[in-house]
Design a protein around this ligand. Structure first.
Ligand SMILES: [Zn+2]
Length: 416
């Protein structure tokens, strides 16, 4: 299975996705007759094209009765998975920040019974696609006397969110349907409010995964080239809505630990995930980072601390396409600091290093507008600090250290 296959394991037909978008745009439910024609085939679609992709995320509103039987006689449940969440990236206000998003990359399982006295069987599994859509078709033909979906707070076998007390993934079931045949559209399925942020983590981490694997290239489904498909390391978050301790990556357990409110910020989710990512890129090694108990953007700590925190800051901002760190309460910090004189100076300052990385990866920067070659070189060479990355890693990877790159670090008060 290729990387892209994983996220398009069972894509909605482009027609259905397009119809969903149009329905949402018009603010009405589609007439069933429009969609019945589009639902005529429910096999493992190989139809290409990205599905409805809405990162800012209006939920789908398509509701269609099931009357068609796929040519292969299989039973399929379709729909879109969404979750409500507090959106710190949208600002500091309170209730207005509650919004709805589509849940991408989340695990679904189709369970059903083949006869009235039969037992529940797992009939298929997959992950929601880039539009939050699922198309869950039983692996064999025929009517199901009972069918439902179980949604889990994981992105396949590559990342998951578990309860700190139970140690298990969050999950919930769709309605149980009786005597189902053909296509049955469940419309929009919303994650229950008490666990919705677990799906926000799953959804957000997928953005990091896609940026990392775009840099690493095909060859493995895993996060990095250090593992091969089938033996991937899994990123684990522990989180609970009432958890009061968190906001760190724990090297001993290799888990990211988040407290209840941290999930409001996608930057926070991605920052902590990126500590794990650096450990993975370095093939289970992490730079020595003394002095990191208390760190902030503009105050010097140590080169090791600044390097690890700056990579996490820059990775989060890069994935989200900005230059910020956004706190869970919606306050944000601008990582631009070219020429900032009030900040401490040099490569022991997290914000100096983070701002440099973002400028190197920027669309008008010297690295071709992406972080791809930095990610690849990190997979090949461990760097204890930014100096080693810049002066040893970059030349080995064919990345510039002079001209624009030299000016960027100089503007951030770093001289080698
Ligand atoms: Zn950190």
């Amino acid at each position: 299975m290729t990387l892209s296959d994983r996220f398009r394991a069972l894509p909605p037909s482009p027609t259905l996705a397009g119809a969903g978008r149009r329905a949402a745009a018009r603010g009405r439910v589609l007439a069933a007759s429009v969609l019945l024609a589009t639902l005529a085939s429910c096999g493992p679609s190989t139809a290409g094209g990205p599905p409805a992709s809405a990162p800012t995320n209006a939920p789908a509103t398509v509701v269609v009765p099931a009357t068609t039987i796929p040519a292969d006689g299989r039973t399929c449940l379709t729909g879109a998975l969404t979750y409500d969440h507090h959106d710190a990236e949208a600002g500091t206000k309170g209730a207005e920040r509650l919004t709805t998003a589509v849940a991408r990359g989340g695990t679904w399982e189709l369970w059903g019974r083949l006869s009235t006295d039969g037992a529940d069987q797992l009939l298929a599994s997959g992950v929601t696609d880039d539009g939050g859509w699922f198309r869950a078709c039983a692996g064999r033909s025929g009517q199901l006397t009972e069918a439902h979906l179980t949604f889990r707070s994981s992105g396949g076998d590559l990342w998951r969110v578990i309860s700190p007390t139970g140690g298990t993934e969050y999950a919930f079931d769709s309605a149980r349907l009786r005597d189902v045949a053909g296509n049955r559209d469940l419309g929009t399925v919303k994650v229950p409010a008490d666990r919705q942020d677990a799906w926000k983590i799953v959804d957000t981490v997928g953005d990091l995964y896609r940026k990392v694997t775009a840099a690493e290239g095909p060859g493995s489904r895993c996060w990095t080239r250090h593992q091969t498909t089938g033996g991937c390391d899994e990123l684990t978050f522990t989180w609970a809505p009432d958890a009061t301790v968190g906001g760190f990556w724990e090297p001993d357990t290799r888990n990211v630990v988040l407290a209840g409110e941290h999930t409001a910020s996608r930057h926070t989710i991605l920052h902590e995930a990126s500590h794990w990512l650096q450990f993975e890129l370095y093939d289970h090694w992490f730079p020595d980072a003394p002095g990191c108990e208390n760190h902030t953007f503009d105050v010097a700590t140590t080169p090791g601390c600044a390097w690890t925190e700056a990579f996490a800051d820059a990775a989060a901002a890069y994935v989200l396409g900005d230059y910020r760190y956004v706190y869970p309460d919606g306050q944000d910090f601008d990582l631009h600091n070219d020429g900032a004189t009030a900040w401490d100076r040099g490569d022991a300052v997290q914000g100096r290093v983070g701002g440099s990385l973002l400028d190197l990866w920027a669309a008008d920067g010297p690295d071709g507008g992406t972080w791809d070659r930095t990610v690849r070189l990190m997979g090949e060479q461990r760097s204890a600090d930014f100096r080693q990355y810049f002066t040893e890693g970059r030349p080995r990877a064919g990345l510039s250290t002079t001209d624009a790159a030299g000016r960027i670090i100089a503007d951030h008060t770093i001289a080698y």
